[in-house]
Write a protein that binds this ligand. Sequence first.
Ligand code: MF3
Ligand code: CO
Ligand code: CO
Length: 267
Amino acid sequence: MTITIKSAADIEGMRVAGRLTSEVLDMLAEHVKPGVTTNELDKLAHDLIVYEQKAIPAPLNYAPPGHKPYPKSICTSINHQVCHGIPNDKPLKNGDIVNLDITVIKDGWHGDSSRMFIVGEGSIAAKRLCQLTYEAMWKGIMQVHAGARLGDIGHAIQTFAENNGLSVVREFCGHGIGHGFHEEPQVLHYGRPGTLEELKAGMTITIEPMLNAGRREIKEGPDGWAIVTKDRSLSAQWEHTVLVTETGYEVLTLSAGTPAPPAFVNA
Ligand code: MF3
Ligand code: CO
Ligand code: CO
């Protein structure tokens, strides 16, 4: 296990990358409407990151072992797509739910964040899934402090999800992040309290639960990247990049448009 501990200067770099990542989501939020294509969102994000932020969209040409290079700058996962949806020319339609997942590299540091968007008017079930998945991410974030264990995060998310009748995708997880896109450790979104790696101040990780309205099983789609629910039920995901501190956590993927934490976070 080689989990990197970030210095004060490293953390400053991670804060900048995290802010830029979140600002891409702020920009995209205004464009998510019926009729827009995910390719249009991809180009808007690409151009903001490359030409204005002078940064790099990490997904573009990203090729972990066993995958062909990812062909776009962002991930756009719609309805029963769980993650890694590839942007295309199909317009979003009223009632769709879409996850936009952005990873920006600035001065060698990665920021990674995703949000759910409801296109036009969403169903009650869709809104409930998106809201509960947001709350599940925060249940995980609230566990973070030096001395806590990764199993505490997974357990908090799993318990909250399952108590609300949702299932947790097991095959994908959060991750350490820094100079690398996907560093150690793996941050599972299910588990037992008091188990797995102990968190230490200066670690930076993502928490990014994928929750399904139906069963947890998934399968790979035909393009080699997109993951879908086997039962075609709706799936949602939210993601923040988080710094472990002695007393708690600092969310690094913050900007003017970041959604406020749920009320239970500061209660
Ligand atoms: N952003 C995703 C994550 O949260 C990873 C996307 S990999 C890609 O870890 F190649 F599909 F972009
Ligand atoms: Co991530
Ligand atoms: Co991501």
